[in-house]
Design a protein around this ligand. Sequence first.
Ligand code: UDP
Length: 240
Amino acid sequence: MPQPAYKRILLKLSGEVLMGNQQFGIDPEFVAELAREVKAAKDTGLQLCLVIGGGNIFRGMAGAARGMDRAQADYMGMLATVMNALAMQNALEQLGVDTRVQSAVQMDQVCEPVIRRRAERHLEKGRVVIFAAGVGAPYFTTDSGAALRAAEMQCDALLKGTSVDGVYDSDPKSNPDAVRYDTVDYDRVLADNLKVMDASAVALCRDNQIPIVVFSIREKGNLARVLSGEGTKTIVQKGA
Ligand code: UDP
């Protein structure tokens, strides 16, 4: 099936891809590499929203598992996503790409609050808008934040750049016979609990008919390939 040409997309990157080959934190060289891919995508005329997770720094669930109050730990996770957003903003601006960070947790000294109409204007002016702090509430993830912003900004697709090259019928790390879907329906993802995004994010995309394109961002040049309809990926959509 030929892939539709997107005009506006939301790219979700998990925090872990900012680590590069480190075990924790941010590898500036790797962020610069990612920024080059984002710039190349933007240079094709695409309007680009970005959401970056925080798992390379802190996840609320991990804090809670070690005895922390879950909401408090989630606040820390949200702050981690702001750090990642600022790192990506820095890398993009060093390449001459105009950007704005909009955070769902207000911090006026470092970035804008989330204001949809302002974000629209930024996109029209060719700026990349990086949405930070997820949905701005604990007990959610940046996957849900990405789905919410994709719906709010009327994106044509949500691209999930991760460390696997698509959605499999079982875990490819433990099952060598696992099969990758080219396309799969939202309802199958939910019913079979396939590891794409969390259920609330998948349901939000389903209800707003936003295709989810899952691909590996670790392979150089893959974002451009996937955007041009090539490359290895899985598309989660209705009726697949
Ligand atoms: N988080 C949250 N609410 C949100 C988004 C994120 O509380 O709307 C917190 C949560 O603790 C989460 C952490 O921020 O674990 C980092 O986000 P996420 O786990 O989604 O990052 P990723 O796995 O994509 O790197």
